[in-house]
Design a protein around this ligand. Structure first.
Ligand code: UFG
Length: 335
């Protein structure tokens, strides 16, 4: 039996594919390569197509023995979603609708869905638990929440079991340096700071210094990408055993301000990093910190790399050795 991973050539997807392979799972990847890198999933059966490409999905479900899906493929930038909401509804909601329709048609019973902390909006309390109100402050979170709800109704109607994983801020890279984060253009904080450390950009803009936090900058809960990968594997196993749908937060339960993240990058890289204050980025909540007690208790999840410094060290290892990301032609992906 194989697991279909949509968006498997992307950042979190490719680390999950690598992790699944290391657990001895058979994996098939579907990715339209709008953001992903085929080289990140070297040696894995690969289909380049959109989620809405029914012919390719028919082909995959007919030819491959797929019993479950891990669904990453989506647009995932908070700021971009505010300026281009229709693209987010098209790509995320319409794309997931097309995929889930095929799962129902081909009687695939299990889906792990890549959801987000952005479903909560501005939380009323910290750390956030899964039953807290979900009032997104941006279209990205809205589309992910809409898909979670669609999945819940698909369980009622068709018995499709789903596990939605609400990740907080994914960061870091494969500790062995085989794969890592490569977005073009980059918008995430840690890789941007590391690009500044490499001299690839002059300075880092701090988006907002007047939030109600200890130093005025936004607080986020950074979680190692391989710890996310582990959670996907555990969630899939648990769902198959219990035959129940569920929702889990995934974070370390510790918040760091933007300034603290930059300071950690200074310590790890031993480089000067120039910063400038900039205006707030639309759609950003002030504080997002997870309670992951439910995942720890019910999935047996235990983050292996919970320290921010180690997360940054792994990211720095990747960026130093692959300053042009996957473009450089120097990535060794033997595994
Ligand atoms: N930030 C800066 N300067 C930058 C980039 C980011 O100050 O150049 C700030 C942001 O404003 C935010 C924090 O750093 O306060 C983290 O920003 P990221 O862009 O790295 O991450 P986000 O919190 O915006 O979003 C990420 C994922 C989303 C997910 C969210 C959950 O991209 O998909 O985490 O917390 F929903």
């Amino acid at each position: 039996m194989a697991i279909l991973v949509t968006g498997g050539a992307g950042y979190i997807g490719s680390h999950t594919v690598m992790y699944l392979k290391e657990q001895g799972e058979e994996v098939v990847v579907l990715d339209n390569l709008s953001k992903g890198h085929e080289r990140a999933v070297d040696g894995v059966p690969f289909y380049q197509a959109d989620l809405t490409d029914g012919k390719v999905l028919d082909h995959i479900f007919t030819d491959r023995d797929i019993d479950s899906v891990i669904h990453f493929a989506a647009s995932s930038l908070v700021g971009e979603s505010v300026t281009n909401p229709l693209e987010y509804y098209r790509n995320n909601v319409t794309g997931s609708h097309a995929l889930v329709s095929k799962l129902v048609e081909y009687e695939v019973k299990y889906i792990v869905f890549s959801s987000t902390a952005a479903t909560y909006g501005n939380p009323e309390r910290t750390p956030i638990v899964e039953s807290d109100p979900t009032i997104p402050t941006n279209p990205y979170g809205e589309t992910k929440l809409a898909i979670e709800k669609m999945l819940r109704w698909c369980d009622e109607a068709y018995g499709l079991k789903s596990t939605s994983l609400r990740y907080f801020n994914a960061a870091g890279a494969d500790p062995e340096g085989r794969i890592g984060e490569d977005h073009d253009p980059e918008s995430h904080l840690i890789p941007i700071v590391l690009q500044a450390a490499l001299g690839q950009r002059e300075k880092v803009s701090i988006f907002g210094n007047d939030y109600p936090t200890k130093d005025g900058t936004c607080v986020r809960d950074y979680i190692h990408v391989l710890d996310l990968a582990q959670a996907h594997y555990l969630a899939l196993k648990r769902m198959k055993e219990s035959n129940e749908s569920n929702i889990f937060n995934l974070g370390n339960g510790k918040g760091f301000t933007v300034k603290e993240v930059i300071d950690t990058c200074r310590i790890v890289t031993e480089k000067e990093i120039v910063v400038e204050d900039a205006s707030r980025r639309a759609g950003d909540p002030a504080v997002l910190i997870a309670s992951s007690q439910k995942a720890i208790k019910e999935l047996g999840w235990k983050p292996v790399y919970p320290e921010l410094q180690q997360i940054v060290e792994h990211a720095w290892n990747w960026h130093q050795n692959h300053p042009q990301g996957y473009k450089a032609g120097t990535v060794s992906l033997e595994r």
